[in-house]
Design a protein around this ligand. Structure first.
Ligand code: EPZ
Length: 438
């Protein structure tokens, strides 16, 4: 369903059962990994989100056939070919995934082209780590007005790499490049998010040799050939945290089918500290507001196993209802509190500071970035007209509108469909009161 604007009448607790599918931040990378195989791959639990459609379009442009049957994708890379620059630019949209095509395309075709990269506007989001990794593997990188062109005249070779920060994308870049490179790769300061471990599981199924040490070091032994995989994607941890916070903020009770405890323990600790209740079942997790006051918390976002940066936005909405002062220190992205402006318009009492208000100073502290939020509660939010700025910020605006007194009009909600499968249907299932406009 293509929806641009939604009018929400707030005040109804969300109640019911909805399904969590595969993680956006794994599925899209798993689709790229299929490029590396000599035979077709099958990926299950693929959500219907626009980021998946963007990657599907890019794969098809490169000759990969992609068939969807329910929530299963079959990807066949038998006829991989070079795509035209202008079509790549037209298809990439605002996704950042194209950068991850580079390693596999350099292996398969000896060349790759990527457009100017988009993604959510939550900071500079540079790609310097990625380009450095590719150069270290032996790629020749050429910046053109239309994008970045790469070649690998002598193929890619393994290398010793140390990331300046445990970047998720750069770690994936190393994995997708190293598995078929000549010789060994040692990656230090790697990200070890569950989505990365699931990508490693997929690559291992394909025939790759990858070892993860306890100290964020990943060792990869390059192999000559890889085959297709068959895999059920890890559930979406970000979608899970978002709906859990929506239940807490609205005083609701939701069962999130497919959510699992082991990958959510850090979130669950904070959810409980804030006064939320949860129950773990074999087939999912129930999250609810048990009544009484919500409690303020102090949270610092971090790389895994820390509290994810993608969890703070809906949590901030719930914290406007907590009785006292909460602090959220964002240490992953330098500019991820832009979404709070709309919450303040809706009556929230939130101040953003450039100081590190957490237990440790982060790399943004001395650089004047507005990266710590102080949230005073409890407040009653009231309806407002809001324009969605980015994926997670947009979802938090939706949550705020659901808790608010009166009516809110939220525009640009299409962005939310980048990462939340059928969120309109899910809102209906959970009993929200709203109308949509195309
Ligand atoms: C992934 O982004 C996710 N996106 C993000 O989810 C998520 O917030 C992030 O990881 C952290 O978990 C996808 O998986 C598609 P990073 P990624 O490289 O890989 C800096 C969402 O809402 N950096 O770990 O792009 C960067 O600026 C999205 O689902 C460089 O400086 O994140 C940031 O400060 C948003 N140079 C930090 O590293 C680089 O070349 C971490 O970014 C790359 C990153």
């Amino acid at each position: 369903m293509n929806v641009d604007r939604i009018t929400v009448r707030g005040g109804k607790p969300l109640q019911g059962r909805i399904q969590m599918k595969g993680a956006k931040n794994l599925v899209t990378k798993a689709m790229v990994a299929a490029l590396l195989g000599e035979s077709p791959s099958e990926l299950r639990s693929v959500p219907e989100i626009s980021d998946v459609r963007v990657v599907q379009g890019l794969l098809e442009l490169h000759g990969v056939s992609v068939e969807r049957d329910g929530d299963t994708l079959r990807l066949d890379p038998a006829n991989v070919r070079t795509a035209h620059e202008t079509s790549i630019n037209a298809h990439a949209g605002s996704s950042r995934i194209p950068i991850l095509f580079c390693g596999p395309l350099l292996h398969q075709l000896g060349e790759a082209f990527i457009p100017d990269l988009g993604g959510c506007h939550i900071g500079d989001r540079p790609i310097d780590f990625h380009l450095e990794v590719l150069r270290t593997f032996g790629a020749v990188v050429e910046k053109l007005p239309s994008g970045i062109r790469m070649t690998a005249p002598n193929g890619l070779h393994g290398a010793k790499i140390e990331l300046p920060y445990p970047s998720v994308g750069a770690t994936e870049q190393v994995l997708l490049g190293a598995v078929r490179a000549r010789g060994r790769t040692e990656l230090k300061n790697a990200a070890v998010e569950p989505e990365i471990l699931d990508l490693i599981a997929i690559l291992q199924k394909m025939g790759a040799e990858i070892q993860v040490d306890t100290d964020r070091t990943i060792r990869i032994e390059g192999v000559d050939r890889l085959v297709g995989y068959s895999h059920t994607a890890l559930f979406d941890r970000n979608e899970t945290a978002s709906w859990a916070c929506a239940a807490l903020a609205t005083g609701g009770d939701v069962f999130l089918e497919g959510a699992r405890q082991p990958e959510m323990t850090t979130f669950l600790n904070v959810f409980r500290k804030a006064g939320g209740a949860f129950e773990i079942e074999d087939d999912g997790i129930r999250f609810w507001h048990p009544g009484g006051d919500l409690k303020p918390v102090v949270v610092e976002t971090d790389v895994h196993p820390g509290f994810m940066t993608d969890w703070q936005q809906p949590l901030v909405v719930a914290l406007t209802k907590a009785n006292g002062i909460s602090i959220v220190h964002e240490t992953v992205y330098e500019q991820r509190f832009g979404f709070t402006e709309a919450l303040v318009e809706m009556g929230a009492r939130i101040q953003i500071h450039t100081d590190c208000l957490g237990s440790h100073a982060c790399r943004f502290g001395a650089r004047n970035y507005q990266h710590s939020a102080v949230i005073a509660g409890p407040v009653e939010l009231h309806g407002a007209d809001v324009v969605v700025p980015d994926l997670r910020g947009g979802f938090s605006h939706l949550v705020a509108a659901l808790t608010a007194e009166g009516t809110s009009r939220i525009s640009n909600v299409g962005i939310i469909a980048r990462g939340y499968e059928r969120f309109i249907e899910k809102l209906e299932t959970l009993g929200a009161d709203f109308d949509v406009e195309g």
